[in-house]
Design a protein around this ligand. Structure first.
Ligand code: HEM
Length: 516
């Protein structure tokens, strides 16, 4: 700062163009430097990496540079800088490290892809998640959750505790397999080779995202490591399965007479894959597989984590649980939710909004600058690796009242559904800008159905002697030792609300007749 910066401010007030002032400042070396945090994060071993980033944020502010030896990262925790990177100047950023780490499993799928490939694939995939598709998925969410309920029923009868995190993971795997490529993993019931393969690959992706050295790239090692062999075999099994599903789906599309249109959906197979093939999407089979794999992972881990942390939070706040159960009893009773029901489950929606605030999935977004830019008043070069800490944004003590408290009431029931736009990038559960999640509606309905049906039928408590719930992280936030809960059937007699005729007409199929 000093005189040059006073001069710059003065000139800028006089209307001198910003470009000129930036040029001028660069010549005089007047740009302030980004605060630097040196030292080693790995000193704090038993914490997930985003926790020390929170401490550093409180010290260094909304943007700082974290230096490890020759490497450095910019850590962003400021809403307006996040908005600049994700939305206003998103063309200047790529997925950087994330694309490098995920390459082995997602290839050039929609999450890691950049540039032209991303543009083309986004344009092909977004239309597949149209409203009619998402509405049709609500029936699937109900059926899958019902399978989980049956499992919990058995545990409740036998008085056995259940590990909910792995059950949620299986629930959302079953759902996403059907939804994306019409495949029934049935992982809540059986452990097949393919289910194990999916978990092998997921664990590898997470290991790589926190590994200090890319051992998977080391010559020789990569050919002899037993772990990598197992990963490659798992990848091959998944790829073969996907190729097979693509071939089956192609045959179905060839034989059907349905005309393709905007809200096209094959009732027997409403999957995203079916839509893409029917749309005549010209895509290589490798790219198609990459996109399917990307959606499988994106839609599976995230939702499982949201459900896990929601039930954890609920177990700590019985008053929220009671209010939630009241709402579900009066809106839903004991039938499968319809889309009308979901719109009426306002408090349930707030519970999920709040869970996503406290445990955002993923907790950080990764970008790399591919051009020079100015962020938060600091010039940056191309090639800067950037972490946008959604965790920090969502827990900023200046922005949120009692930031660490699980308080669904912070958002009024009759207010808008909070999102990155109406919260000015202080809250971004699904990202923002052109790379925003394509599955946000899908995931919101999925979580609503699962939470509503589960709390309708059961009470959930932390099991006696359960391990303490601590966080660890790969792509999403996991628990270190699972979420061990005691599940009991609710004793209150079911109130079965009358069905309105309107909703009967809309969705007869999702009204269950097999309720106990
Ligand atoms: C992108 C969150 C469910 C597919 C994203 C991003 C976030 C996110 C934060 C932005 C990543 C970034 O900017 O770097 C979530 C959460 C979910 C969820 C919290 C569940 C609660 C789903 C589902 C699907 C899906 C169910 C698929 C049906 C995708 C895809 C992208 C994405 C394909 C990449 C979009 C692009 O780059 O153009 N998600 N997601 N997500 N999500 Fe989701």
């Amino acid at each position: 700062s000093g005189f040059p910066s006073l001069l710059k401010n003065g000139l800028s007030k006089l209307g001198v163009p910003k470009e000129f002032l930036e040029f001028f400042s660069r010549r005089t070396g007047d740009f302030p430097r980004i605060p630097e945090a040196k030292g080693s994060i790995s000193a704090i071993r038993d914490e997930p990496f985003f926790m020390p980033l929170y401490e550093l944020y409180l010290t260094y502010g909304g943007i700082f540079r974290l230096i490890f030896g020759p490497k450095s990262f910019l850590i962003v925790s400021d809403p307006s800088i996040a908005k600049h990177i994700l939305k206003d100047n998103s063309k200047a950023y790529s997925k950087g490290i994330l694309a490098e780490i995920l390459e082995f499993v997602m290839g050039k799928g929609l999450i890691p892809a950049d540039g032209e490939i991303w543009r083309v694939r986004r344009r092909a995939i977004v239309p597949a998640l149209h409203q009619k598709y998402v509405a049709a998925m609500i029936g699937l969410f109900g059926k899958a959750t019902d399978r989980l309920c049956k499992k919990l029923d058995v545990a409740a009868t036998d008085g056995e505790d259940v590990e909910m995190e792995s059950l949620f993971s299986r629930l959302t795997l079953d759902i996403i397999g059907k939804a994306v490529f019409n495949y029934d993993f049935d992982s809540l019931t059986v452990d097949t080779g393919i289910v194990e393969a999916v978990y092998t690959v997921l664990r590898e992706a997470e290991d790589r995202s926190i590994a200090p050295i890319p051992v998977w790239d080391l010559p020789i090692w990569k050919d002899i490591s037993p772990k990598l062999k197992k990963v490659n075999a798992a990848l091959k099994l998944i790829n073969d399965t996907l190729d097979n599903l693509i071939a089956i789906c192609k045959r179905m599309v060839d034989e059907e007479e349905l005309q393709f249109h905007e809200e096209y959906m094959n009732e027997k197979d409403p999957s995203i894959l079916h839509f893409l093939l029917a749309s005549g999407d010209e895509v290589s089979s490798k790219q198609l597989r990459d996109d399917l794999m990307t959606m499988l992972i994106a839609g599976h881990e995230t939702s499982a984590a949201v459900l896990t942390w929601t039930f954890y939070l609920l177990s700590k706040e019985p008053s929220v649980m009671a209010k939630l159960q009241d709402e579900v009893d009066s809106v839903l009773g004991d039938r499968f939710p319809t889309i009308e029901d979901l719109k009426k489950l306002r408090y349930t929606t707030r519970v999920i909004n709040e869970s996503l605030r406290l445990y955002p999935q993923p907790p950080v977004l990764i970008r790399r600058s591919i051009e020079e830019d100015v962020i938060g008043g600091y010039p940056i070069k191309r090639g800067e690796d950037i972490f946008i800490s959604v965790w920090n944004l969502h827990r900023c003590p200046n922005h949120w009242e009692e930031a660490d408290r699980f308080n669904p009431e912070r958002w009024p029931l009759d207010g808008p559904n909070p999102n990155e736009t109406n919260q000015n990038f202080s809250y971004l559960p699904f990202g923002g800008g052109p790379r925003k999640c394509v599955g946000d509606m899908f995931a919101t309905f999925e979580n609503l159905v699962a939470v509503a049906m589960l709390v309708r039928r059961f009470d959930f408590q932390m099991a006696l002697g359960a391990p303490p719930v601590k966080m660890t992280t790969g792509a999403t936030i996991h628990t270190t030792e699972g979420l061990k809960m005691t599940v009991t059937r609710r004793t209150r007699p079911p109130i079965v609300p009358k069905l309105e005729m309107a909703s009967l007409e809309v969705d007869v199929n999702s009204v269950s007749s097999e309720r106990a």
